[in-house]
Design a protein around this ligand. Structure first.
Ligand SMILES: C[S@@+](CC[C@H](N)C(=O)[O-])C[C@H]1O[C@@H](n2cnc3c(N)ncnc32)[C@H](O)[C@@H]1O
Length: 420
């Protein structure tokens, strides 16, 4: 087993967070706080000299940062996510070949509708009441605009408009994302849905018009209608698919590089903190399915039946946990989480070509008496599977708070580099 020392890489601090996306057109079309930045993808592709035209995999693609960033630089990209919301946002951001004139007409048409009723209904989310989450007007208007958008014939335009609607859901609600939970709060002077939507769509439209100015400069000609949907210059293809990272439906040895970031242990249940957006896109059954198929990273997830994962760090961690007083013992999901990561690593190993590398961004966690070094455990599990662990780059610090802890604590957020 390689002696893994942790290398400080503060130069990646901003790159492993969503911070830079906020200012980057198209990447900021949907606020996904857990995402990393395109700059990280560009930096790693350069640093590891991945050949242009190669295929990049992201098994936890979220809202598609790595897919879009790869495609813009001349790489094919394939991503998977367990939620239809993430897959929809990714593919809409990746769409190419808009008819800008038609798009503009549809935006104007949507902005011009007079107030009206709708037959659509919100699904029951169980843990949060839609009635409390939105005012009566916002509740109705979001569904009203959804109904109008569904009628739009052109698929690309329809998805663009719907992404605009999804991206204003939080702003039009009485809900705040607070760490890993949604909290109903009283917001004063909420702008009407109609106004938020019009402004958002106009801004997104401007991004498309300016798309020739993408940072790498070699995308001129995009969005002119010359490229078919999802086609990037040079025949480059990028897409997200609904799928489980633990069982990737990819051929053996089919991808050259992998960049990804799994859910962190006990940070976020994605089907809860994005529940309002999901409620607009998915039905109740789809939301429940996404929750039950998500990585077991949060309390309430299913426990594993038999545990088959090997790692010295993990054994050490479990020994320490055994020694804790009963009251502060962590929930059994800890085993489920690492078992899921293990299965994901096996699946990445299978799809990577020999010599191919994976860069995995992962945040550590904490318990009242103990830090859980997910980064080191991940690197060791990877070695157990046959990867060579090349480095654990400590890039950022996040503040961790576990239920039952009096004070929060800083924990490491790292990039783990492994090679097949
Ligand atoms: C940290 S986020 C990835 C963010 C992404 N790097 C970005 O920039 O948008 C983790 C993602 O893993 C997804 N996920 C959770 N369980 C999954 C599973 N079993 N298979 C695939 N994706 C899963 C979540 O829905 C979430 O979008």
């Amino acid at each position: 087993m390689t002696d893994l020392s942790i290398v400080e890489t503060p130069e990646y601090k901003n790159l492993v967070t969503f911070e830079l996306c906020k200012k980057t057109p198209i990447y900021n079309w949907f606020y996904y706080k857990e995402g990393f930045s395109p700059d990280l993808v560009w930096e790693l592709l350069d640093r590891f000299e991945v050949a242009k035209g190669a295929t990049v995999l992201d098994p936890f693609c979220g809202t598609g940062t790595s897919l879009l960033a790869s495609a813009q630089k001349g790489y094919n990209a394939i991503g998977f996510d367990i939620t239809p919301l993430a897959v929809f946002v990714s593919n809409t951001k990746l769409h190419r070949g808009y008819d800008l004139k038609l798009l503009k007409e549809e935006i104007d048409k949507l902005s011009g509708y007079k107030f009206g009723d709708t037959k659509l209904k919100w699904p029951d989310l169980g843990f949060i009441e839609i009635r409390k989450a939105f005012s009566r007007y916002a509740r109705n208007d979001l569904l009203f605009f959804k109904e109008k958008i569904i009628e739009v014939e052109d698929e690309g335009v329809r998805n663009f408009l719907f992404l605009g609607l999804l991206s204003i859901v939080m702003e039009s609600s009485n809900v705040k994302r607070d760490g890993g939970v949604l909290r109903v709060v009283k917001k004063r002077h909420l702008p009407p849905v109609r106004k938020l939507l019009r402004n958002r769509l106009r801004r997104m439209y401007k991004d498309l018009v300016k798309a020739g100015e993408f940072p790498d400069g070699d995308n001129t000609g995009e969005f002119t209608g010359e490229n078919n949907a999802k086609g990037f210059p040079g025949g480059i293809r990028a897409e997200a698919r609904l799928g489980d990272s633990r069982n990737l439906p990819l051929d053996k040895n089919s991808v050259e590089f992998c960049i990804t970031s799994p859910p962190y242990l006990n940070w976020v249940d994605y089907t809860k903190i994005y529940a309002l957006e999901m409620a607009l896109l998915m039905d109740g059954e789809e939301i429940r399915r996404a929750r039950s198929d998500s990585l077991r990273s949060y309390i309430g997830a299913k426990e594993p039946k038999d545990f088959r994962v090997e790692s010295e760090h993990l054994n050490e961690l479990f020994e320490k946990l055994e020694g804790l007083p009963e009251s502060s013992k962590p929930p059994a999901i800890m085993r489920g989480y690492f078992e899921d990561l293990f299965m994901n690593l096996e699946s990445i190993y299978n799809s990577l070509k020999p010599g191919g590398k994976a860069a995995i961004v992962i945040g550590n966690s904490c318990l009242p008496n103990l830090d859980i070094n997910s980064d080191l455990i991940l690197a060791q599990m990877a070695e157990g599977i046959g990867f060579e662990a090349e480095g654990v780059w400590s890039s950022n610090t996040r503040i961790c708070k576990f239920p039952g802890m009096k004070e929060s604590r800083p924990v490491r957020e790292s990039i783990v580099i492994i090679k097949k």
